[in-house]
Design a protein around this ligand. Sequence first.
Ligand code: ADP
Ligand code: ZN
Ligand code: ZN
Length: 729
Amino acid sequence: MSDSYFDEGALIGVLTPEPLDRVLDYRAPEGGCWPGAFVEVPLGPRKVLGVVWGPGQGDFDASKIRAATRVLDAAPMRDELRVFLEKAGAYTLTPLSQMLRLATRVPGLSDPPSMRKVYRLGHATPAKMTDARARVIAVLVEYGGLAFTLKELADLAGVTASVVKGLAAQGVVEEADTPRDTPFLPLDPDRPGKPLTDDQQAAADALRTAITSGRYGTTLLKGVTGSGKTEVYLEAVADCLRQGRQALVLLPEIALTSEFLTRVEARFGAKPAEWHSGVTMTERRRTWRMVGQGHAQLVVGARSALFLPFQDLGLIVVDEEHDTSYKQEEGALYNARDMAVLRASLNDAQVVLASATPSLETWANAQAGKYARLDLSARFGTAVLPQMRAIDMRAEDLPGQAWISPTLKREVSQRLDKGEQSLLFLNRRGYAPVTLCRACGAQVGCDHCDARMVEHRFQKRLVCHQCGETKPLPEVCPACNVSGKMAAVGPGVERIAEEAARVFPDAKLAILSSDLFGSARALKAQIEQIASGETDIIIGTQLVAKGHNFPRLTLVGVIDADLGLQGSDLRAAERTFQLMRQVSGRAGRAEAPGVALLQSFQPEHPVVRAILSGDEEGFWRAEAAEREAAGMPPYGRLAGIIISAEDAAAGFDLGTRLARNDQPIRDIGGIVYGPAPAPIARVRGRHRVRLLVKAPKGAPLQSAIARWISPVKASAKLRLSVDIDPQSF
Ligand code: ADP
Ligand code: ZN
Ligand code: ZN
C-alpha cells in the first residue's frame, strides 16, 4: 500500500463491502483521493460505498473503467486497519469484502459532510433595514452569542432562508463551520486513582513499562474476582492516554458496561465512548467519527469495537478473556481475543488479557513466554476466597423433582437468620430442560432443529435454545394424542426458584437469567436491587458469574456441579472449572468470608476435585498434558468446515466427497474427520454437517484448506464456511 496521493483520473483499486471476491478498478474522483479514502463508486446501476485500497491493477479494459463519484466525508482508513482486515481475513479465511463490512457497520457514512454551517451575529450594519432583517437581528441579540443553523434562525425570526443569507453576504450575520457531532468530554488520566496495594502497584508498574516502550506486547493479568484487575488496567489506560494514544476496553457482556462506565467516570472525570448493539444509531455515528478523528480517547465495547478506525490505538484490554462470547459464531468467524492481539501487533500496541480463569490457550502462551503474566494473588482488603466443599448428593435424602439438598437448605437458612445473601446457581435457563409424555415417553423437540424444547413457565411457552423457535405447551401429546400427560423433567432456574419459594417461604427471591429481561436496563435494575441487599436469595444462571458486586453475598450453592462434565465437548472440563471458580468467587467479596457448596454426584471427578482443592495450576497442567497428547489446541491446530444445506443428504454427500479428496490436508500432515452433524446440527431449517481438520502446530492450515475446498462451488442450496479454531471440538 502506497501513501501517495491519487490525482483525479488515476487508476485506483477500490474494495467494497459487497459480496465480490476482488478489489475493483476505478478512476480517482474529481479532486483526487488518498489511499484509504472512503469513496462512493458506481456498481452496475447502484452507487455503493468503498475504500481506496491502493493503485488499480489495470487488468480491466481501460475504456470500461468508471470513475468514483465522490470522496465521502470520513477520515481515510489508516494502513494499519487495512492490513489488519487483510490479515484477519486471511487467518479466518473470510473474504476481504466481508471483513470490510465489519469495519464499515456504521449509519450515515455516505451522509453530507459532518461539518455544518451555523449563523451568529456579525459586526457590519445592514445597508438597508427591513422588517424581516430587523427580526433576524433581534433574535440574534436576544440569544446573546448563540449560533443557529440556517433553518433554526429563519424559523425563529419568521423569515425565509434567503433573508438570513442576504445578511450573511453583508457580514451582518456571520457564517461559520462547526462539527455536526458533539465531541466527547476529555478524560483526565492525572486525576488520582485509588491507592494501590503492593501487588496491584507492581502489576501497574509492569504495564506502565510495557506501554511506554511503544512496542507490541501481550500480558495476562490474572487474579481472582475482586483482586483489583480492573483497578490495575484502568491505570494502564491512564498511562496509554498520557502517551496521547487511544485505548479500547472489550467487555463480554453489555450488562457489565454501565457499572464499568461509572467506574471510568469516577476515575477519569468523564464517560468514555460506548460501542455495542445497545447503542443508538446517532451515537454510533458520532463514536465512529470521533474515534476516526482521534477525539475519542477511550472506547468501551463489545467485540465489534475491534474494527473501529482508531487513529492510534495504544492499548486493548480484553476483560474476562476466556469468555466464549468473544467468539463470533456467524458470518466472519473470529475470536476477538486473538484478533485483539493481531491488531495490537500491527500498531505497536499493548494487550492486557484479564481473567480470574484464563483460557487454556492463554495460560499456555504465558507458560511458553509468548505473553507476559502478572498475578494478583490476594483479594483487595480482608476478604478471602470462599471455602469450597462438595455436598455428596448420593448421601442426601431428597425426594424426586427436588434439587435443594437438606445440607444446602440448612446452610441457606443460617444465612437468612443472619441477614446475609445466598446464591443458588444453575447454568440452565427456563423451567425444565425436557418435556416428556408420561403415556408414551415421547419428548417434545424443535420442529426446526434437533434440539429439545425447553419449558419457560413465566412465558408459558416451550423455547428452543438453539434457534429461538417457541411454541405453546402442548396439552395433548403430539406423538400419541393422549392428553394431560405432559410432564416437566429436570430443573432449570425457574424451577429452582419455585422450589426455593416453597422451601424458604419468608425469603425475598430474585431470578437472574438472561431471557427474563427484555432490555439491558431492566437487567441492570434487577442487579442494582440485588446489590442493594434487598434480596435474600438469588437464583441465577451464568449471568451472575460475570463480575457483579454483591457485598452481602456469603453463600453460593451450586445446584448441579456435574452439569457440563459429561458430553462430547473436550472443553467441557475447562468451562466447568472456570464457571465454578467464578461463581464461587461471588461469595464473600467484602468483609464477610464466603462459603461455596457444590452439589455433585461425582465429587471424586478430577475437575470437581481441582475446584475444591483450589489447585489451579495443577488443573491446567493436567488438562494441558491431555490436550498435548491428543494433538489438540493449543498444541495442534483445528478447523471446522461447516456445510450448510437445505437437504441433509446433499450436505453429507459433499462432506463425503471432500473427505475422500483430502490430499491438500494430508500434504501438511493433517487429518480430516467426519462428515458428522455439526454441534448445532440444524439452524433455521438448514442442516449443518461438519468436517473437522486437525493439523500439526506449525502447519500452513489456511492455505491447505483454501486449496482443498476451492473446487467446491457454493450455492444457495449448499454453503460452506470455515471455522478456524472452533470453540467446541
Ligand atoms: P476485579 O476486576 O479483579 O474483579 P476490581 O478491580 O473490580 O477487581 O476490584 C474489586 C473491588 O475492590 C472494587 O470495588 C474496587 O473498587 C475495590 N478495590 C480494588 N482495589 C482497590 C484499592 N487498591 N483501593 C480501593 N478499592 C479497591
Ligand atoms: Zn405421548
Ligand atoms: Zn430449534
